[in-house]
Design a protein around this ligand. Structure first.
Ligand code: G1P
Ligand code: ZN
Length: 538
């Protein structure tokens, strides 16, 4: 039943910040998906190995999983652990890898990118660490995609993934699991579920928006069925192949409906949203938005309210583009604070070596060493634990943090759909210009340092350059980088941070205007891209 199919390479199968991300229709081209999976298999030798498999339910997931199963069986995989109906969130997948000591996972998702036939599709490949593989491995896989000439697949009927239990294809054992069970068990070991139950029993109100994506069933089980939140607390809870037309990215732009609700008179005490595959989170209070950078700082400062962290944490980490809010909390609490390139995979070595417990990114990602991916529902439970223990509102908790440590006014501006060559040249020319900026004055802003961000991994010694950073003497900072998750063209991201220690009640947009002007001017954004303003700012 195993056949070998001849194929020819596709030139563009390079993994970015979070796996392979492409237009769905590109992945549907003949042999495109198969080429990529076989290239991974050729690099890692899957014989006798066990993998976790699932996806966020987006369009083409069902087809991709069936093809994957048949290729895994043809390539000698010992066992596949698959989420029922092919569903598994990214954090749940990471948990299953660690809990069952498997060799890795394949999660079919383009994360927060839109789904559907005209949307995006993706493959996230993780290894036994529970995290996505490092660049040294993705480079080898890319090289393999460039010379692949055949792949192996079983000719067999599709596997029924709707029933929990065991089946077999060739010599491959297939176990279909309820993907929610293991995940809930893991969270029960971290948080005080009784305290959270009491919070909801006291009349505390919340809205969790699953954005028609994978976290709906997890959120219903946890918030409504386990913690006793009223039915209807979880909205848009049924995963749909096109996410109901939503762009499943929990931020001020794409979850505007939730933001509007929380700024209306109907607002609940608390609200949160997750992204397509459940690793991102947005936190809102009544008429109040918490930036992801602040959220990380606040979780760090309040970790004593969570049983798993109450005896202390080993350290924290943030991506370079994330605000320095968490670093101030870390410094005050004598904790190491590591600064890594953008992409969760850079946190993995720090977690594995016990250097950090909590970490996060400005792009609505927060997590801890309980798994090796960011974790949307975990972040929500952490916030609820702080609220339950302190009796304070989201706004009070955040303002207290600003008072104690200062506030970083922070905003990210994205210039989308750029010609790749224009974007690359902009970055290259800006990099060349950086040395000349040192010491320059821009109104009241004086440049103290201007250099590429270069990371030396303290564990494996690898060196990564990602983004260009301009620091000012007043603590402000501008970071430029190109997105690595897009499926076409280029996106320039400009991250602005302005820390203030007394002036705590201003509008963020107003506070970063001067920095925005400097960024536009220094990088010559209007002249080079034709854009006088960003397409998206969050
Ligand atoms: C984006 C975010 C980054 C995150 C990644 C995967 O990557 O900026 O923080 O780790 O998605 O969720 P980017 O498109 O900027 O490369
Ligand atoms: Zn995601």
């Amino acid at each position: 039943m195993i056949k070998t199919v001849n194929t020819t390479p596709y030139s563009d199968q390079k993994m970015g910040t979070g796996g392979l991300r492409k237009k769905t229709q590109a992945v549907m081209q003949p042999n495109y998906f198969e080429n990529f999976i076989q290239s991974i298999f050729n690099v890692i030798d899957p014989h006798g190995k066990t993998f976790v498999v699932g996806g966020d339910g987006r369009y083409f997931n069902d087809v991709a999983i069936q093809r994957f199963i048949k290729m895994a069986a043809a390539n000698g995989v010992r066992k596949l652990i698959i989420g029922q109906n092919g569903f598994m969130s990214t954090p749940a997948g990471s948990n299953v890898i660690l809990k069952r000591k498997t060799d890795g996972a394949f999660i079919f998702s383009a994360s927060h990118n839109p789904g559907g036939l005209n949307g995006d599709f993706g493959v996230k490949y993780s290894n036994q660490t529970g995290g996505q593989v490092p660049t040294s491995v993705t480079d080898k896989i890319y090289a393999e995609t460039q010379s692949i000439s055949s792949y192996k697949i079983c000719e067999a009927p599709d596997i029924n993934l709707s029933e929990i239990g065991q089946i077999r294809l060739e010599n491959t054992e297939i176990e279909i699991i309820d993907p929610v069970n293991d995940y809930v068990d893991m969270l029960k070991n971290i948080f005080d579920f009784d305290a959270l139950r009491r919070l909801f029993a006291s009349g505390f109100t919340m809205r969790f928006d699953a954005m028609n994506a994978v976290t709906g069933p997890y959120a219903i089980r946890i918030f409504e069925e386990t913690l006793g939140a009223p039915k209807g607390t979880v909205t848009q809870a049924v995963p749909l192949p096109d996410f109901g037309g939503l762009h499943p990215d929990p931020n001020l732009i794409y979850a505007k409906h939730l933001v509007d609700f929380m700024f209306s008179d109907k607002a609940t005490d608390f609200a949160a949203a997750n992204d397509g595959d459940g690793d991102r989170n947005m936190i809102l209070g009544r008429k109040f938005f918490v930036t992801p950078s602040d959220s990380l700082a606040i979780l760090t400062d309040n970790c004593r309210y969570v049983p798993a962290y109450k005896n202390g944490i080993s350290g924290v980490a943030k991506s370079a583009a994330t605000s320095t809010a968490v670093c101030r909390v870390a410094a005050a609490n004598k904790l190491p604070c590591y600064i890594v390139p953008t992409g969760w995979k850079y946190f993995v070595n720090l977690m594995d070596s016990g250097r950090i417990t909590l970490c996060g990114e400005e792009s609505f990602g927060t997590g801890s060493s309980h798994i090796r991916e960011k974790d949307g529902i975990w972040a929500v439970l952490f916030w609820l634990s702080i609220i339950a223990a302190t009796g304070k509102s989201v706004e009070e908790i955040t303002r207290e943090n600003w008072k104690k440590y200062g506030r970083s006014y922070y905003m990210r501006f994205d210039f989308e759909g750029l010609d790749t060559s224009v974007a690359d040249k902009l970055m290259a020319d800006l990099e060349n210009k950086l040395p000349s900026l040192k010491g320059q004055d821009f109104g009241s802003y004086k440049v103290s340092e201007a250099a590429p961000f270069i990371y030396h991994d303290p564990v494996d010694g690898s060196i990564t350059q990602n983004g260009l950073v301009i620091d000012f003497t007043n603590g402000s900072k501008i970071t430029f980088r190109l997105s690595g998750t897009g499926s076409s063209g280029a996106t320039l991201r400009v991250y602005l941070e302005r820390p203030e220690y007394h002036d705590l009640d201003n509008d963020t947009y107003d506070m970063v205007q001067d920095l925005l002007k400097i960024a536009m001017n220094v990088a010559e954004i209007p002249q080079r891209t034709g854009k006088t303003k960003a397409d998206v700012n969050t």
